[in-house]
Each structure stands twice: as structure tokens, then as C-alpha cells.
Ligand binder design. Sequence first.
Ligand code: FES
Length: 110
Amino acid sequence: MKEQTAHQRDRFDAHVFVCTTDRDAEYASCGAAGAKTTLEAVKDWLRERNAFWTAVSVSETSCLGLCSENGTAMTIQPRNVWYSDVQPEDVPDVLESVFGPDAERVRDEC
Ligand code: FES
């Protein structure tokens, strides 16, 4: 076992988790509501601001308990902000509200 806490704290400011669960069931899931497109929109927004993987990590995750047929659930940690029903076109508003329009608030809150 190798503890990596200090390494990751130095490297990352935030981690965006996007639910991409797609279940074969009658219940709503983010995957069925376009989660993969939303995930790519998150990565693109960060890439365009040189924040993708330099300071902000993005991971697909399983159910966040905010399932909806109207969009994707996501959370940004350690900011402790949570969203449901996110559509790809909502991604700029979500990320700007947390990181600023040009991602200028990345690292400010470490
Ligand atoms: S399936 Fe995405 S939050 Fe439950």
C-alpha cells in the first residue's frame, strides 16, 4: 500500500464526478438521459481552459442518488456542490459558477 494523499492534494484542486449509470430497468438513469454527452462537455470545457487533468480531474461514477430522466447528476468535490438534471448545454453555467468563466477560481479554494 502506498498513501498518495499529499501527492493528490498537491496535484488536484477539484474532482468532477459525472454519473454515467445506465441501468436496464424501469427506473430513470443518467446514462439513458445523455450522461456520456454531458461528460464530454465537462471535459471539453476544462480542456479549453487548460484545467483538465492539470488541476481538475473528471471521473465517471455510478449512481449519486439523484437519478432523473431529465439529465445527468454530477458533483464537484471538495467544493461539495451537487447537481441533477444536467444537460450538455448546462455544463458551462455549472462549471462557471464553481470555477469562474475562465476557470480563474481553480486552486483558489484549496
Ligand atoms: S443513475 Fe445517475 S444519479 Fe442515479
